[in-house]
Write a protein that binds this ligand. Structure first.
Ligand code: FE2
Length: 397
């Protein structure tokens, strides 16, 4: 779609250009995680390569999963050398161990970092090239081994998506690998595991999911399928994120946010993202900052930047957020949506600016130089220049 086509559509028009929709098999609901051994067997798993991280060892979820595998006579090997913003050398180390382990199936238990690292390990183990060779769109020739994901946060949706984000550690940027080959075989999406997330992690991952939904909805590659999921995700997050932080063991609230993450994941996996993510990837790689927090800080600024290029879509978003849109000039509505998103972040404890996170004005040039090459820019409703991205970073300092 051309860059202004979002604005050419009438309010009740749908996108009629050719669109496809890719999703893995997923099971949503309480105790979905206990189906893991069934799916390992169904996918022919003889020995399982269990990718996780050290944080999960402090929760019941890892030991419970190991017990489940053992009770079903499924051998496994654990790989837990995964950092937040997973690094290229961790992927290569994992792939090396995987290839020598005799495993034939990968199981990821963790947040986005764990699942992205697991995808990287799978890609390298069957394609036999260094992970950076797969950067960009559709660069993977051979399918990875069977992959089962059990997400332990509600935001990333790497368990459903066609994305894997890996930190090129020496070069200090996060590369996006986008391909149908990174879609897991099965996602076991269980809200119970969210109950051990702390309030700040819940807030950051929730704002990541909200950013996915916003970006997918206004994306140039959005469709009737993705719009449905994106808008529903925005409504669910708006209505439930703050209360799910206040009542962390309420499984209904956790379930609604997990469902919102799933919906937003289906939307962005198929419609792709925009400048919030291109800029957050650059920040995450350069300063190793939390992905969701970067998104939360950038989202209102990018809404302000994009608004006039997708006004009908942003009106629908405003409506979903409970903002009265009737008869308002666009400039007023724009300010209301921007302010609403900024207030939402603050209300759940995300109070930093880029400046307080350690971003200095002299970093902006390098950050924007890296961000402009990110493939997520391609579907942003307004085509950015490097100077535009630099201006947004400066505004968010
Ligand atoms: Fe994200």
């Amino acid at each position: 779609m051309s860059k202004n086509q979002n604005n050419l559509l009438q309010a009740d028009d749908i996108q009629l250009e050719l669109r496809k929709f890719v999703a893995p098999e997923y099971i949503f609901g309480v105790d979905a995680r206990f189906l893991v051994s069934n799916f390992c067997k169904q996918l022919g798993g003889k020995k399982v390569f269990l990718v996780t991280d050290s944080g999960l060892a402090a929760t019941p979820w890892l030991s419970e999963l190991q017990d489940n595998l053992l009770q079903n006579s499924i051998e496994y090997q654990v790989f837990s050398s995964v950092s937040p913003n997973p690094r290229d050398f961790e992927v290569m180390e994992g792939a090396d161990i995987y290839q020598r382990s005799g495993c034939n199936l990968i199981l990821a238990l963790g947040g986005g970092s764990v699942m992205d690292c697991a995808k990287g390990i799978g890609i390298v183990s069957t394609n036999h090239k260094s992970i950076e060779k797969f950067e960009g769109v559709d660069k993977i020739n051979y399918p990875m081994p069977p992959l089962i994901c059990i997400p332990t946060t509600a935001g990333t949706a790497a368990d459903l998506s066609q994305f894997a984000i890996i930190n090129r550690y020496d070069q200090k940027y996060k590369m996006a690998i986008i391909s149908k080959a990174t879609v897991p075989d099965v996602a076991l999406v269980d809200p119970v595991v969210l109950t051990t997330m702390d309030p700040f992690l819940t807030a950051c991952t929730g704002m990541d999911a909200l950013s996915h939904a916003f970006e997918a909805y206004v994306s140039n590659a959005s469709s009737a399928f993705t719009d449905l999921y994106a808008l529903e995700a925005i409504g669910l997050i708006n209505a439930n994120l703050q209360t799910s932080i206040e009542r962390p063991t309420d499984i209904q609230l956790r379930g609604r946010i997990m469902l919102a993450s799933l919906y937003a994941g289906l939307a962005f996996s198929n419609a792709s993202l925009g400048c919030v993510h291109s800029m957050a990837h650059s920040l995450g790689g350069y300063l190793d900052l939390p992905h969701g927090e970067c998104n939360a800080i950038l989202l209102p600024h990018v809404v302000g930047y994009n608004f006039n290029e997708a006004t009908i879509k942003y009106k629908a978003i405003a409506n979903k957020l409970g903002i009265d849109v009737d008869g308002k000039p666009l400039s007023v509505l724009k300010k209301q949506v921007v302010d609403y998103v900024a207030r939402l972040s603050k209300s759940i404890g995300i109070v930093s600016t880029l400046g307080t996170k350690g971003v200095r004005p002299d970093f902006v040039r390098e950050l924007s130089r890296k961000a402009i090459n990110d493939p997520c820019n391609a579907t942003n409703p307004r085509v950015p220049t490097q100077a535009d991205l630099a201006a947004i970073y400066s505004e968010a300092l």
